[in-house]
Design a protein around this ligand. Structure first.
Ligand code: WT7
Length: 648
């Protein structure tokens, strides 16, 4: 299948940081020739070290790799202090509230606020290096101050997305043994105030021993419950703390943050990131993939509760010294023109969002972008799921006016930063393909035995060499870290990182991501484990068995499709549907609600009792069954389920 190829706009490419495929190959060859030397060059050039490192990469305890051994640095220094002389008055964070309120926070102001915040954490709450601090925050600048304040004093932050429920928040607080929770009364969304603090109250109501205090930022000043002695008002406290706080000398390998993500079992994994390797790659990818230049205004629409928000709203842009936009609201409110209006108003030069948002904006107003001046936009990014060709085309032609480069960036919570992506001034693009690994990243599509997958066939997407910003471990569970990502290391002669995604390589080396190969589904670019959903549904007594699969959805990418077997087939199905969604909302959050629920007499199982999810996925999609069903415990169940699904 020959796909259309789009070449970089020559006018733009001539000044790009990486402006040809020759330059790309040169960098890649360098990395292949001398891997450590390649990374050393960038680590020396990009990072302000307090004390130089002694070794670039230590593989002696693989897969627990260490980068830049014994080096000392501080991420808040990298993101703030070192810019002050040159960029003190430049806007660091450009905040736009849901209701259109705008605030420019300069690097100098950012420095004062982060230093104050760091002193508050240290002096008021006794937070020390290595302590865990959970953030349950809306998209307001204080969230970024809190992250950087933690980094400044060496505390490990763990951000829980504001859409997660009290139960999910509680699990994450307990797993991290957090000492402090930082939250807000609430914020604004679609013109209305909403609340976060009550969720924190509920999460802490029972069975959490580690939390000593809750720090509350006032955003909407709605009435909230107050626990005397435990709760503290940020706005009242902050001004009394000094604007100078010496950054802690952090080791390259000290953890910078934890971020929980879904895996194939019920319990979310606390992905642990490092200090030096993470910030280096955050900065490098920021510069390369978005072709960052002086005066740029960069907008990533993610939430800081996801890795995209960590790396491309806060750490990457600030380490690179650019202006980063932080938006409290949603891009479809008050209308389909909000995003385009913001791009025009703030002179945004790079816009980074998810395919699900692109599809929605396209559907809501295909011609809407034409009403605004989007001429400053040079790079348009996508992340989170494969982008379908119609969405790609609209993004390219209407939003980018055929001039901006589209970068389809493939990466994961675990990779810390982009791994496979076009370089906007160099890579000829085939829509739907994330194209090539970034310089220095050794991505390959392989078979179970480690041999390369033939061209045009689906294989496992793996990273065959460690990279600086990779996950270091799963918090409190190093065994699970090894098992989840490195399989049986011996088989390949060396540990190889398995991403959990399938991919295909074409004859020219273009990589196309085909989706997860494990039991994880991708809803609107967010990862949810089917096991997590099933274990929540299990709490309903009247359900005998549940099996959850992903089904293609025209806006969300994938929707959640649940097969339910009732203990009593005559039970009230509508009531149970409601109960299922209520339990999912309570245990996980609104992102886990089912799009479709079907009641079936049984689910297909192998003779050893394993649910055949592959079959269930095919049935949900309405695909003909090509798999061999003869090994099933009861093959007739397949026809029955197919009939039920077809009849809706
Ligand atoms: C999973 C990672 C990394 C930021 C957002 C999600 C899917 C991510 C792409 C892309 C196709 C993609 C993968 C991956 N994914 N980017 N450009 N094309 N699929 O982070 O929650 O850790 O999810 O998102 O399946 O494994 P995450």
């Amino acid at each position: 299948m020959q796909k259309e190829i789009y070449y970089p706009n020559p006018e733009f490419a001539k000044d790009a940081r990486i402006n040809s495929m020759e330059q790309y190959h040169q960098l890649m060859d360098e990395a292949k020739r001398d891997y450590e030397g390649y990374w050393k060059k960038f680590a020396d050039e990009k990072i302000e070290w307090y004390k130089p490192y002694s070794k670039v990469l230590d593989e002696s305890n693989a897969p627990f790799y260490k980068w830049f051994t014994d080096g000392k640095l501080n991420v808040s220094n990298q993101c703030i202090d070192r810019h002050l002389e040159k960029r003190g008055d430049q806007t660091a964070i450009l905040f736009e509230g849901d209701r259109g309120d705008v605030e420019h926070i300069s690097y100098k102001e950012l420095s004062e606020r982060v230093n104050r915040f760091a002193n508050l954490l240290k002096e008021k709450f006794g937070i020390k290096k290595g302590d865990r601090v959970v953030l349950y925050m809306p998209m307001i600048p204080e969230a970024a101050y809190a992250m950087l304040a933690c980094a400044r004093i060496g505390a490990i932050h763990s951000i829980v997305f504001g859409g997660f429920s009290a139960e999910a928040l509680k699990d994450r607080i307990i797993d991290a043994e957090a000492k402090l929770v930082i939250t807000a009364d609430g914020a604004y969304r679609k013109g209305k105030p909403y609340l976060l603090k009550p969720v924190v109250d509920q999460a802490l109501s029972d069975g959490v021993d580690s939390v000593e205090a809750v720090l509350v930022v006032q955003r909407n000043r709605e009435e909230i419950n107050w626990v005397e002695g435990r709760d503290h008002n940020y706005n009242e406290l902050i001004e009394s703390f000094s604007t100078k706080c010496e950054p802690e000398m952090m080791d390259s390998e000290d953890p910078l943050f934890l971020l929980y993500t879904s895996g194939s079992t019920g319990k979310p994994k606390g992905v642990q990131h490092s200090t030096a390797g993470y910030i280096l790659w955050a900065q490098m990818t920021m510069e390369w993939v978005f072709d960052l230049r002086e005066g740029d205004v960069f907008w990533c629409t993610a939430d800081i509760g996801w890795i995209t928000g960590h790396t491309y709203i806060v750490y990457g842009p600030l380490a690179a010294g650019t202006t980063t936009v932080m938006f409290e609201g949603v891009v479809t409110y008050p209308d389909a023109g909000r995003a385009w209006k913001m791009i025009e108003q703030h002179g945004i030069t790079q816009f980074y969002t998810a395919p699900t948002a692109i599809r929605l904006l396209h559907k809501m107003g295909a011609d809407e972008p034409k009403k605004y001046d989007l001429s400053k936009v040079r790079v348009l990014g996508t992340v989170g799921e494969p982008i379908d060709p119609p969405a790609w085309k609209w993004y390219y032609e209407v939003v980018g006016r055929g001039k901006a480069s589209i970068v389809d960036t493939w990466w994961q919570t675990e990779t810390g930063g982009h791994m496979i992506s076009p370089l906007p001034g160099a890579t000829p693009i085939k829509p739907g393909s994330a194209t090539f690994p970034l310089p220095g990243i050794m991505a390959e599509v392989i078979e179970c035995d480690g041999s390369p997958t033939p061209v045009g066939e689906k294989g496992f997407l793996c990273i065959t060499k460690p990279w600086p910003s990779m996950i270091r471990t799963i918090w409190g569970d190093p065994e699970r870290f090894k098992k989840s990502y490195f399989g049986d290391c011996k088989k390949y002669g060396k540990p190889v990182y398995f991403s959990g995604d399938g991919a295909m390589v074409d004859e020219e080396g273009y990589i196309t991501i085909t989706g997860r190969t494990d039991d994880v589904i991708n809803v609107s670019g967010h990862r949810i484990g089917t096991a997590e959903i099933e274990s929540a549904i299990k709490k309903i007594d009247r359900v005998a068995v549940s099996a959850v699969v992903g089904k293609p959805h025209n806006i969300k990418g994938e929707g959640i499709f649940a097969y339910i077997v009732l203990k009593d087939a005559n039970d009230d199905k509508e009531a149970i549907k409601e109960e299922i969604n209520a339990v999912l909302k309570q245990e996980i959050g609104a992102i886990a609600l089912c799009d479709e629920i079907v009641f079936v007499p049984d689910v297909p199982k192998t003779r050893s009792g394993k649910i055949m999810r592959r079959l269930l996925r095919s049935i949900a999609k309405g695909e003909p069954i090509t798999q061999d069903t003869s090994t099933l415990e009861d093959p007739t169940v397949v026809d029955e389920i197919q009939k039920i699904v077809k009849e809706g």
